[in-house]
Design a protein. Structure first.
Length: 97
């Protein structure tokens, strides 16, 4: 069973930190006149891979976007792949220019 992570947040970033080391993060910027998050990078430390942490980071940003009536533009390869593999799940939140 996957452990649900409690991510830290700062503008443009959700992350998991251990002391001064970032173990996982998703980085995004705001585009489209503040109506869209462009997810630029998703990184997970090798020691944590395979535990669903990247998916939890993505879900966290999606919930944030939904709460703020925003859309998501997939820029990083992980998010592009997630959107391509689950079009029904992401079609309402995906930014379509």
């Amino acid at each position: 069973m996957e452990k649900i992570m409690d991510f830290q947040h700062e503008p443009g970033r959700y992350f998991l930190q251990d002391n001064d080391k970032t173990l996982a993060e998703i980085v995004f910027t705001t585009i489209n006149d503040g109506k869209t998050y462009a997810i630029n990078a998703t990184r997970v430390d090798p020691s944590l891979r395979g535990q669903g942490i990247a998916a939890q980071l993505l879900d966290t940003v999606i919930k944030d976007a939904q709460d703020n009536q925003m859309t998501i533009k997939a820029v990083c390869p992980y998010v592009k792949k997630a959107f391509a593999q689950n079009p029904a799940k992401y079609q309402e939140i995906e930014y379509k220019p």
